[in-house]
Design a protein around this ligand. Structure first.
Ligand SMILES: [Zn+2]
Length: 366
């Protein structure tokens, strides 16, 4: 999500090469001119090899998963004020993405790319019919306060009323992303709100009433898992999408919860173990409850592959571009998802790529 982090691994090799080159160029390093030249040539070769390592080790994309053969619906993406509809459409067209969920990030602050809004998401959907799937924003400054979730105040009531009006228009297809347990990264915020709160129950009721999914970000710590179970159990008619492979939980936990709660799905928003994606690595920190889905080379880990094959109807893909500059990584994220899909049975890959999303959002198309 953060530019600097995205680039970090990619430039490390080159930085080492440049630093070493500088050292050997200095007169006082104590080696002869000829040897210095040989070392410098070697460093240039090393740098080039580093730069191409990603391409060398990338998994091939299976014929059935290639652009043109497999449309993708991007179920976890965001909207900032400075993202233009045309920019998004161009990225989608080039990557073979048919539709995109827009979850506005209605935040003030300088780093937000300008506050996105529900109105903006709706405008984009109207400008490009069938391409954008607007959600009612869950990322809002007013939901930053823990106390509001525990004791909904007048502002919470006002927000619920606004959301109700928007959903009554039947032009919004979900609510999210609600940020409940979120680790702080450089320049970002830490959020630690209990999952099962009076305000969450109101959102769950609202989503059920309008037959739209509720998309929740909550890292799968033990109390979060317990809270999610509580909400799922008490709101069986609410379709809940638990972001980032169900809070980056273990395959065992996800398997157990999918078997128990038929109203639960997981999205794979940004879950790529690569320097160009946010959530598929131990980022911004590692915890004992955090599990990856791929090996860093485009291969699904065996336990996750088995999970997706066992529950092919319960997962969605998503690129999760929270910050506008990260959109330059859009083609790579989609391509990496195509590599991962190549490891699944073609029918499972089609489910994750677009069929599950088409069924979910078709159901709510009035
Ligand atoms: Zn998220």
């Amino acid at each position: 999500m953060v530019d600097k982090n995205d680039l970090q691994d990619e430039v490390t090799c080159s930085m080492v090469a440049i630093a070493a080159s500088y050292f050997f160029t200095r007169r006082r390093c104590g080696i002869g001119v000829r040897l210095r030249q040989i070392v410098q040539i070697g460093l240039v070769v090393f740098s080039v090899v580093c730069g191409s390592m990603v391409a060398v080790y990338a998994e091939p994309i299976g014929a059935f998963a290639q652009k043109g053969a497999l449309a993708i619906v991007d179920v976890h993406n965001h909207l900032n004020r400075d993202m233009s509809a045309q920019q998004l459409i161009d990225l989608m067209d080039n990557a073979g993405v048919s539709r995109m969920v827009l979850m506005p990030r209605d935040f003030g602050g300088r780093r937000s790319g300008g506050s996105g809004s529900d109105t903006q998401a709706l405008e984009y959907a109207k400008s490009y019919p069938g391409r954008f799937i607007p959600f009612v924003a869950g990322q809002r400054d007013e939901l930053d306060q823990r106390g509001r979730w525990l004791n909904p105040d007048r502002q919470a009531e006002s927000l619920l009323s606004t959301m109700e009006t928007e959903l009554n228009s039947q032009q919004f297809y979900g609510i999210g992303e609600l940020i409940i347990r979120h680790y702080a990264f450089e320049g970002g915020r830490e959020r630690d709100i209990p999952v099962d709160t009076p305000l969450m129950r109101r959102f769950a009721d609202l989503a059920a009433h309008h037959e739209v999914p509720l998309l929740i970000h909550a890292e799968g710590e033990p109390d979060v898992v317990a809270g999610m179970k509580q909400v799922l159990e008490t709101h069986p008619k609410t379709r809940i999408i638990w972001a980032h492979n169900c809070g980056r939980s273990s395959s065992e936990i996800i398997r157990g919860m999918l078997a128990t709660f038929l109203n639960l799905s997981c999205d794979l928003g940004g879950m790529l173990n690569a320097p160009f994606a946010p959530y598929g690595r131990y980022w911004p920190k590692q915890t004992p409850w955090m599990f990856l889905i791929e090996d860093g080379s485009g291969n699904l880990l065996p336990e996750m592959k088995a999970l997706y094959e066992a529950f092919p109807n319960r997962f969605f893909l998503g690129t999760d571009h929270a910050f506008t500059p990260s959109l330059r990584q859009y083609p790579r994220r989609i391509e990496r998802f195509r590599e991962l899909l190549s490891g699944l049975k073609p029918e499972t890959a089609r489910r994750l790529a677009f069929q599950n999303a088409e069924e979910l959002f078709h159901k709510s198309e009035k």
